[in-house]
Design a protein around this ligand. Sequence first.
Ligand SMILES: [Zn+2]
Length: 421
Amino acid sequence: MKKAKDIMTTKNLTRLVLTMAVMMTVLATYVVVTNHRTVSHGAVASTPGTCKTIVVVTSGDTLSKLLAEQGFGHNEITAIANTLKADAGIATLRANSDKIEFQRTSNDSPVSKIVVIPSPWRQVELTCTENGAWKCNTVEIERDVHAVYKSGEILDGDSFYLAGSRAGIPAGILADVYDLLAFEMDFERDIRAGQKFSVMYEENFSDGKKVDNGRVIAISFQALRGNVKMYRFKKSDGTSGYYDENGNGAIKSLKRTPINNAKVTSNFSGGRKHPVLGYTRAHKGVDFRAPTGTPIPAAGAGRVVARSYNRGHGNFVKIRHNGSFETLYAHMSKFAKGVNVGTTVRQGQIIGYSGSTGLSTGPHLHYEIIKDGKHVNPLTVKLPAISNLGDADKKKFVEYRKVVDKAIEQLDGKPDLFIQM
Ligand SMILES: [Zn+2]
């Protein structure tokens, strides 16, 4: 019985996958119910009789040093470094990340091939030609992308992070989901027991082994003011973005909560008793709990118009964004390097670190949004989308969204199932 049901699901999914493939302009092949299968990829295969030495780059390693250790002379080191830079754009090695493989035909013969591995998906192969020159060739490793789906529910006393981890969503994907939902949600006030959420995301495989997680494909969250949905969609111009179910840009010009997973400790209000001054006055922003030193990202792209100190705000940064918005970040322990008046910052760029300077009872971020010169509530103000879809793309998006929703329906409750993309 179970088998028959599985086969049915597989058939349905195959049809689904094909539609999805057309929409996503990627090649779909088939649906697999387990990940145990053998795939042969265009990855480097080792020839029998080749001696390989794999070096993991650690702190203090330089290309020259590693090459010298393998017996290369000064001139050859310079030639190899120049080729790597010119043909592969690699000028420096990254510690604890890059690997280099040295190949010899026998134990005591000179190195005949060098493979620099800067990522699991890219290898740069340097081969020594007959006349002694080095030739460079970049190999992109074929990715086997699986779309997986995880769903969960907020339990009493839960944070979204806890509930997400329990649902089996990896930390890196959860961080991406946070970043996206931060445009729409207040993680302190919008979280209630019983709320359901789901995430569809990519897992990248190579030679049958999972290597890393890819991008978030779709998110759904039962927020207080309704279901928040986001879909990753590739436009006809080749750029990708996230859109709500109606095709409106989900990425807003500003974030309501600049710091991920930060609790709101004091809300925006027209009048409240100031904890230090003791008398009632308006709270023109929102306070987020943030231990001293927590990096503060810019809520949106813009230009720094103030980086200063005053008695109330302590160390603060003010950014002017496109249009009529400004944001202000107060009580910083220190400013980020290179952030000065006039500096252009991108959304998410770290501008400073939280602290308790100025009139403050403890480390937190005081965040203000100023619209047309007036303070507004960051958690409720309507924020413009960065990009909306044109008519043609919108039509395509609606079809694509239906396909993704259908796929989600099929994957729901089947954590072992995935869609081959
Ligand atoms: Zn405040």
